[in-house]
Design a protein around this ligand. Structure first.
Ligand SMILES: [Cu+2]
Length: 67
C-alpha cells in the first residue's frame, strides 16, 4: 500500500475536489483519493501507484502540483 501526497495550491472548492478526484481515480492501481480543501492537499492511496501518472492526472484536471 502506497500513500502519496501532493500540494495543490489551486484547490479552492468542491468543484476542484470533484475534478481532481475524477481524474486521479482513473490512474492505474489507485484505490482511494482524498482532497483536503483547507490544506489544499491531495492524498492518493493504492498499491504501487505511479507518481508521474498521478501528477499527469492532476495536470489533466487543470491544476498544478506545487512540489
Ligand atoms: Cu474549485
Amino acid at each position: 500500500m502506497t500513500t502519496l501526497t501532493y500540494s495543490v495550491p489551486g484547490i479552492s472548492c468542491g468543484h476542484c475536489r470533484t475534478a481532481i478526484t475524477e481524474e486521479v481515480t482513473q490512474v492505474e492501481r489507485v484505490t482511494g483519493v482524498e482532497v483536503d480543501l483547507d490544506a489544499k492537499r491531495v492524498t492518493v492511496q493504492g498499491s504501487d501507484v505511479d507518481d508521474a501518472a498521478v501528477r499527469a492526472a492532476i495536470d489533466e484536471a487543470g491544476y498544478d502540483v506545487a512540489a
